[in-house]
Design a protein around this ligand. Structure first.
Ligand code: PMP
Length: 445
């Protein structure tokens, strides 16, 4: 069945009003509020395959996939059955169980890491990996890149991307920290430099290297829109190890998304520690961090770096993650199919925008894509500053045009969209028809 745009948003509006009365901004994560694109956020009733259905009965082709986890599509039978089976055996034990061992064995094997520890979110994973890096090296400072987002731990809310780039009250282009409530003294322990600028990273390491516990980075950025690292930058990342700093790849978004060995596997990167989330939980709350045994053995109870979680290793979450990763591993062409669909989506968007006279610049890798509303050559947006130069009003008009035609794009210029294995030729052609009309309308606006 083809998707239909909503004739009414009355139920979403009513729920949003109730939500605003009891929840800040009416949402439990800021970008869901549609602040940067306007209009009423759709309250979702259900999701199957490539589609979301909202509470007013409108169906949308979903390009968010819960911001990454739903790589198999929504309500995948293998995941549903695994979770149902786990559910019948109790929902949480607060004691170790077999599925945690199985998922840890699978993640370490696929990613080539020695040891892994599960958390309940990506934020906890990055926060814990940094504590571990500090504990292991005995150093205080960390380095992150402008516009990269690693979750909302205090020390990482410094020049951060994602919702912090688009929140109407947010600090686009402002100096660190990116959030009220982060003491400047704390933010001062986070040094910030430019993504895809190897000379700047080398200079920082030259000057401060002996004080730096870790450099954390998105191996492919999703949170400033998609930015792909240049080979020179990848080389510079490896050089941080020469200063004794740990290299931490934040693969929360890219892990199992770009390949079974993540973006690091694809790019030939060899981090000391990696962080995961999203796909490894198959749509349930999971994060993880892992790396070389000598480092991971610093984690409690084996070592002196404390980290814990009441629901860590939760049986439902482990079951969903296991089913998702096993399904990915069992399908040898799944990444090729995701890549082919997304390549055709990129080409179709370029043609549609060009025909309508709307300048866009598409960055794409695997099933991650951002169409920046700006005239730079395709594939050439490489930095936070270049991404931030996009026409966000033009993007918002186009986003609304897509939504009205039943295509649910990421509601921000500075996010990746995510294609799932449930997206087929039918969804592609509906999407490109909608894009053609939405670009034409946006050009006339
Ligand atoms: N790191 C990256 C690269 C992310 O994209 C995200 C979330 N979008 C996080 C960390 C934080 O994960 P979570 O929202 O599960 O805390």
């Amino acid at each position: 069945p083809s998707p239909a745009g909503p004739s009414s948003t009355a139920r979403s509006e009513a729920l949003f009003a109730r939500a605003r009365a009891v929840t800040p901004g009416g949402v439990n994560s800021p970008v869901r509020a549609f602040r940067s694109v306007g209009g009423v956020p759709r309250f979702i009733a259900s999701a199957h395959g490539a589609y979301l259905t909202d509470v007013d009965g409108a169906r949308y082709i979903d390009y968010i996939g819960s911001w990454g986890p739903m790589i198999l599509g929504h309500d995948h039978p293998a995941v549903r059955e695994a979770v149902a089976h786990a559910l019948s055996g109790g929902t949480s034990f607060g004691a170790p169980s077999a599925r945690e061992v199985e998922l840890a064995e699978l993640v370490t094997r696929l990613t080539g890491t020695d040891k892994v520890r599960f958390t309940s979110s990506g934020t906890e994973a990055t926060m814990s990996a940094l504590r571990l890096a500090r504990g292991f090296t005995g150093r205080k400072f960390i380095v992150k890149f402008r516009g990269n987002y690693h979750g909302h731990a205090d020390g990482l809310l410094v020049e951060a991307g994602s919702g912090l780039m688009t929140n109407a009250d947010g600090p686009l282009g402002a100096a660190a920290p990116s959030s009220a409530g982060v003491p400047p003294e704390y933010a001062a322990l986070t040094l910030v430099t430019e993504y895809n600028d190897p000379a700047a990273l080398d200079a920082l390491m030259q000057e401060r290297g002996a004080e730096i516990a870790a450099v954390i980075f998105e191996p492919v950025v999703g949170n400033a829109g998609v930015l792909v690292p240049t080979p020179d930058f990848v080389d510079a990342l490896h050089r941080v190890k020469d200063a004794g700093a740990l290299l931490i790849a934040d693969e929360v978004m890219t892990g199992f998304r770009l390949s079974l060995s993540g973006a690091t596997g694809l790019l030939g990167l060899e981090p000391d520690l990696s962080c995961w989330g999203k796909i490894i939980g198959g749509g349930l709350p999971v994060g993880a961090y892992g790396g070389r045994a000598e480092i991971m053995e610093f984690v409690s109870p084996q070592g002196p770096v404390y980290q814990a979680g009441t629901l860590s290793g939760n049986p439902l979450a482990m079951a969903a993650g296991l089913a998702t990763l096993r399904t990915l591993e069992a399908d040898p062409d799944i990444y090729a199919r995701l890549d082919a669909y997304t390549a055709r989506l990129a080409a179709g968007l370029q043609d549609a925008a060009h025909a309508a006279g709307v300048p866009i610049s598409v960055n794409r890798i695997g099933s991650m894509l951002t169409a920046f509303h700006q005239g730079a050559p395709h594939g050439s947006v490489g930095s936070y500053a270049q991404a931030a130069g996009s026409d966000t009003a033009g993007f918002a008009a186009w986003f609304q045009g897509m939504l009205a035609r039943g295509v649910y794009w990421a509601p921000s210029q500075f996010e990746s969209i995510f294609v799932s294995a449930a997206h087929t030729d039918a969804e592609l052609s509906t999407t490109l028809d909608a894009a053609h009309t939405a670009y034409t309308a946006a050009a006339g606006a």
